[in-house]
Design a protein. Structure first.
Ligand code: GDP
Ligand code: MG
Length: 451
């Protein structure tokens, strides 16, 4: 995906401004890329529509070239569809908070129940796991094993004995709805502040499964119903999510098996179609393989352009477009380029220097790369110290800096007179260059950079 996008962006980057045709060409690529990542078709259509609208009306940024602006818009829209901010668990005003899990068989509910129990316990909660999956003979055992590993108690009928009793908690009948209800009641009595109800899934969506889940929901009045979905599910994500939305309804989503090579298209499909936020990502078989879901990180994963996005952020930070425009205007109006201006430019360069490593990836930055690669950040510190040791008069008019002033500045900045001389020479060159640019009428990008 990233290769193709990168190619498209490369095609765009030489143009000054995006035309409608340019945008549409990009949109076509993004559409294809999202479909490759297994995002559902209607979600792709809506998404690309949004991006197109925004790209057409985008304000031209001083710091980014048009291609970067499109990446930025795509990314922002993606984050938006994925839920914007991270959404955290909602706890009940009066304990216990009831969290019910729903999803297909094999989605990762039981595994997630253990992880969530562990996670909550680490945060000082006292969760209770409830085994309301009585569909498969070993489902209860599986949850008990997971719970033990997590160090969290479990409420369950004794395995292999439908009328038996759990070692810790009382006898229950073999009806999942009753087990769930009794589990919540037990949590209340024993002052567990969170209850996690594991439920049964089927291989496919079916009536009976949905009715059972809805009955468990009605009996326990959960604060959160979390729909657990396998990230590898692909195009089926939409149908499955819709079925669970209609059959049980859910307040949030857990994306499981994100440790596989799924691009995460399912994330966009589910949030795009149901509007429900993703709360957690399950990323492995170990108890600790659980992450709070971050829409921005997922967006990068879907686009597979994380590094480029980071770079864009840094470029915006480093390059203050307004400042550059001010400086250009100043030079063009014939005002002199001062040492203070020079210092500002050097500081901008230093900010750029911190992104040295990634420069090769940023489209349109090729010409700056060499200058920045040869740039020594400590140099800026030295220059800064020297300029700061000058009086305001000296900064405005460096011509007055004679021998004794040079010695004083060198002492004050902890450098040598040779350093001071070199700086003044560099500054004069930069100033000359700025004057030339001003005469030529051109707008300088970053003068002083060749220095
Ligand atoms: P359930 O039927 O919804 O309860 O699903 P399970 O929790 O039993 O998980 C089904 C299978 O997927 C098991 O073999 C789990 O070990 C595995 N599994 C669950 N979550 C993850 C995950 O995040 N990553 C990986 N790699 N495997 C997982
Ligand atoms: Mg299970």
């Amino acid at each position: 995906l990233s290769d193709r996008l990168a190619q498209t962006f490369k095609n765009l980057r030489t143009k000054g401004r995006l035309s409608e045709a340019d945008i549409d060409a990009t949109i076509r690529e993004i559409r294809r890329a999202l479909l490759d990542a297994d995002v559902a078709v209607p979600v792709v259509r809506e998404f690309t529509g949004q991006v197109r609208e925004r790209a057409l009306s985008a304000e031209v940024s001083g710091a980014l070239n048009p291609a970067q602006q499109v990446v930025k818009i795509v990314n922002e829209e993606l984050v938006g569809v994925l839920g914007g901010q991270t959404r955290t668990l909602r706890f009940a005003k009066t304990a216990p908070t009831v969290i019910m899990l729903a999803g297909l068989q094999g989605a990762g509910k039981t595994t997630f129940a253990g992880k969530l129990g562990h996670w909550l316990k680490e945060q000082g909660h006292t969760p209770l796991l409830v085994a309301a999956d009585l569909q498969r003979p070993n489902a209860v055992t599986q949850l008990s094993v997971v719970a033990e590993r997590a160090g969290v108690p479990v409420f369950a009928p004794h395995p292999g004995n439908q009328s038996g009793a759990d070692a810790e908690y009382g006898p229950v009948i073999g009806d999942p709805v009753a087990v769930a209800r009794d589990g919540v009641e037990t949590a209340r009595q024993r002052q567990h502040d969170v209850v996690i109800i594991d439920t049964a899934g089927r291989l496919g969506v079916d009536e009976l499964l949905m009715r059972q889940a809805a009955d468990i929901r009605d009996a326990t009045q959960p604060d959160e119903v979390l729909f657990v979905i396998d990230a590898m599910i692909g195009q089926d994500a939409v149908a499955t999510a819709k079925a669970f939305e209609e059959g049980v309804d859910f307040t949030g989503v857990v994306l499981s098996k994100l440790d596989g090579d799924a691009r995460g298209g399912a994330a966009l499909s589910v949030t795009g179609v149901t509007g429900r936020p993703i709360l957690f990502a399950s990323t492995g078989e170990k108890l600790t393989d659980l992450e709070v879901f971050h829409p921005d990180r997922m967006a990068s994963r879907i686009l597979d352009m994380g590094d480029v996005l980071t770079l864009i952020e840094q470029a915006e930070k480093a390059f203050d477009a307004e400042q550059a425009a001010q400086m250009a205007a100043k030079v063009e109006s014939g005002q002199d380029f001062t040492l203070a201006d020079f210092l500002v430019q050097m500081q901008q360069l230093r900010n750029m220097g911190s992104m040295k490593k990634m420069l090769g990836m940023l489209p349109g930055m090729g010409q700056m790369r060499d200058a920045i690669e040869n740039f020594d950040e400590r140099e800026v510190d030295r220059i800064e110290a020297i300029v700061r040791s000058m009086t305001p008069a000296e900064r405005e008019n460096p011509k007055i800096i004679n021998g004794s002033r040079r010695a004083r500045i060198a002492r004050g900045s902890g450098s040598t007179t040779t350093d001071v001389n070199q700086l003044l020479e560099r500054f004069e060159n930069a100033q000359k260059m700025m004057r030339q640019v001003a005469r030529g009428g051109g707008v300088p990008g970053m003068p002083g950079m060749g220095g």
